[in-house]
Design a protein around this ligand. Structure first.
Ligand SMILES: [Zn+2]
Ligand SMILES: [Zn+2]
Ligand SMILES: [Zn+2]
Length: 203
């Protein structure tokens, strides 16, 4: 038995598409290495191209496939890392626990941004003739296009807006932070993963 995992949010230098790293959808409930004094909870997991698996813990540490034990349930006197368990339960990884208390935890790096990443971005603006309105490639909404920037950085781009309902499904590693347009309306992460390809969506 496993629990659902969250996306392994990473900095842009890590986990490029060419690295072959894949996020894991689920993983073990409680983990512990020989050196750990208590049991920890898994937030996310990555399988690397070389077959290695690394699980990241809610309390910032990690365990890799060499040398940890995983358990589905623990004895009542087993010591469990409080930050790990509280965050795991509060984020919804453990719907039934603990003790009927309603824990809440919303990891900030998983929330959709308040301002659409396409805002004020020339690259993410798809101009629609005659050019006063454009489509945001991040969320597909239509917004006015304005000249902006200064004399050193002139550009014409879509205005600042909240993400529309069509906001692209984010990169599992880098979220919405590094969106790029490639070949027309294809949207990808700077790591190389294609996030939206209108050509394949139409098929
Ligand atoms: Zn922990
Ligand atoms: Zn947008
Ligand atoms: Zn990415």
């Amino acid at each position: 038995m496993t629990v659902p995992l969250f996306p392994p949010v990473s900095s842009i230098g890590a986990h490029s598409a060419s690295s072959g790293a894949e996020p894991l959808a689920d993983g073990p409930r409680f983990v512990k290495t020989q050196r750990m004094t208590r049991w920890h909870r898994v937030r996310s997991g990555v399988r690397y191209a070389n077959g290695r698996t690394v699980y990241h813990l809610w309390c910032q540490g990690s365990v890799s496939d060499t040398g940890f034990i995983a358990k589905e349930s623990l004895a009542s006197d087993a010591e469990v890392c409080g930050p790990c368990d509280g965050r795991a339960v509060g984020a919804g990884q453990e719907p039934a626990g603990p003790d009927g208390r309603l824990l809440v935890f919303g990891p900030r790096d998983l929330q959709p941004p308040a301002v659409c990443p396409g805002s004020r971005s020339e690259h993410l603006t798809q101009a629609i003739p005659p050019g006063t309105v454009g489509r945001c490639l991040a969320c597909l909404d239509l917004h006015p296009v304005r000249a902006m920037g200064g004399p050193y950085d002139p550009r014409s781009a879509i205005t600042r807006h909240a993400p529309g309902a069509g906001l692209v499904t984010p990169c599992p590693f880098h979220r919405w932070k590094h969106l790029e347009a490639a070949d027309g309306a294809v949207l990808r992460c700077a790591c190389g993963r294609v996030l939206r390809d209108p050509a394949s969506a139409a098929a």
